[in-house]
Design a protein around this ligand. Structure first.
Ligand code: ADP
Ligand code: MG
Length: 398
């Protein structure tokens, strides 16, 4: 650790505190997560879920674990440094993000997820705080709850922060899958558009209530398995009608609303996979670069490296012409938040008691976590306005 100088604490959770640090030899800025628990053997460290999974992942939309250091029984994880997380971006934001900004970020998250899921892992704690950003580049982080898809259920321990928790997990299913990440992404995408959480439940019961009030109570048609799950635990869904998502998320394209709707389907089987989400019309202006082309020359560094496996060379898409939402984009980027759109819900929640250890951490993170009203922040400081992500020119050498 003497090779690094800790500069400033940038995050603090139940399991560790994260520091911005500098490598004294190379001058490189890194993020160092200092774990709170003592690690008495090296084996214990390398078997840690976060370490084991991240060592196997190499993708431009997944944070890089550069080094693992154990010193005096303290474990330090050295990561590439990222400027901020999506929650911080939203908190400081005075105006709504444009469709293009949201599209760019979500496209990258789905690429990271498609890679992760394809490698046999699911994250289980996707939320804005765990999605890091540096100048428009997105990296999924915090693999503390990651799980191997091939691992044997039941999955009994605590999973994910309540607002982003999939209904099958809320109903205590032991058989959930990578689709819990897709649910979380639906909620995150909606939040990026409105700067308000979509399902801000104050308890698990309230969480289900909030979900019902947005997507309507489940029926045999929409989620037969869910009704059975509810029966098994003697739970009765509140009977609520579906709200109009295009009213809750106003002035956004039909494609955006359609994608959120399908991500937030009751039935996990009806949610798209990450690879399928990348093919959704909402992303038609984004480039998908399949693995076979990843090593080919690419001009203008894209925010993306293709996902593995799913699509072949023929399916590389390049859409040209005006973006479907470009008009909205201009309006939004200059639009101040109307009071009625201003965040009504504070992120401060007393989640600790009900939801167990991970939520103790969340409570800590969220205590000062409140979206600020318009007029306080300087968005340019926290978000690099980048338009380059729309156009990626791939040079094909066939
Ligand atoms: P925890 O398990 O405590 O939630 P995280 O890994 O999510 O730990 O880190 C907590 C916070 O620290 C994140 O929300 C983020 O703001 C910051 N952080 C984490 N990793 C990095 C990184 N690589 N670069 C910059 N900040 C980071
Ligand atoms: Mg975290």
């Amino acid at each position: 650790m003497e090779r690094y100088k800790l500069i400033k604490e940038v995050g603090d959770g139940t399991f560790g505190s994260v520091w911005r640090a500098i490598n004294k030899q190379s001058g490189e800025i890194v993020a160092i997560k200092k774990m709170k628990k003592k690690y008495h053997s090296w084996e214990e460290c390398v078997n840690l879920r976060e370490v084991k999974s991240l060592r196997k992942m190499n993708h431009s939309n997944i944070v890089k674990l550069k080094e693992v250091i154990r010193e005096s029984d303290i474990l330090y994880l050295v990561f590439e440094y990222m400027e901020c997380n999506l929650y911080q971006l939203m908190k400081k934001r005075e105006t709504l993000f444009s469709d293009d900004e949201v599209r760019n970020w979500c496209f990258q998250v789905f690429q990271g997820l498609a890679y992760m899921h394809q490698r046999g892992y699911f994250h289980r704690d996707l939320k804005p705080e765990n999605i890091l950003v540096t100048k428009g580049i997105i990296k999924i982080s915090d693999f503390g709850l990651v799980r191997e898809i091939s691992s044997q259920p039941p999955y009994t321990e605590y999973v994910s922060t309540r607002w982003y928790r999939a209904p099958e997990v809320l109903l205590q299913s032991f058989l959930y899958s990578s689709k819990v990440d897709m649910w979380a992404m639906g909620a995150i995408m909606a939040e990026l558009f409105t700067l308000r959480p979509l399902f801000p439940g104050s308890s698990e019961a309230d969480e289900i209530y909030k979900i019902c009030s947005v997507i309507g109570s489940p029926t045999t048609e929409s989620w037969a398995d869910g009704l059975k799950l509810a029966r098994d635990i003697n739970y009765q869904f509140p009977q609520l009608a579906t709200a109009d998502l295009s009213v809750l998320i106003p002035s956004r394209s039909d494609d955006a609303i359609d994608l959120i709707k399908s991500l937030c389907s009751w039935d996990p089987c009806k949610r798209p996979t990450a690879a399928e989400a990348l093919q959704h019309p909402f992303f038609q202006s984004c480039f998908y670069i399949p693995p076979s082309l990843r090593t080919r020359p690419v001009t203008r560094t894209p925010p993306s490296v293709g996902i593995s496996g799913a699509v072949d060379r023929q399916t590389v898409k390049r859409y040209s012409g005006a973006l479907p939402n470009s008009k909205l984009t201009n309006n939004f980027s200059s639009m101040k938040l109307h009071p009625s759109l201003a965040p009504a819900v504070q992120r401060k929640l007393d989640m600790a008691k009900e939801d167990g250890i991970k939520n103790k951490k969340s409570t800590k993170t969220t205590q000062q976590s409140k979206y600020q009203p318009p007029g306080k922040a300087s968005p340019s400081k926290h978000f690099c306005q980048c338009s380059w992500f729309i156009i990626i020119v791939v040079t094909f050498i066939v």
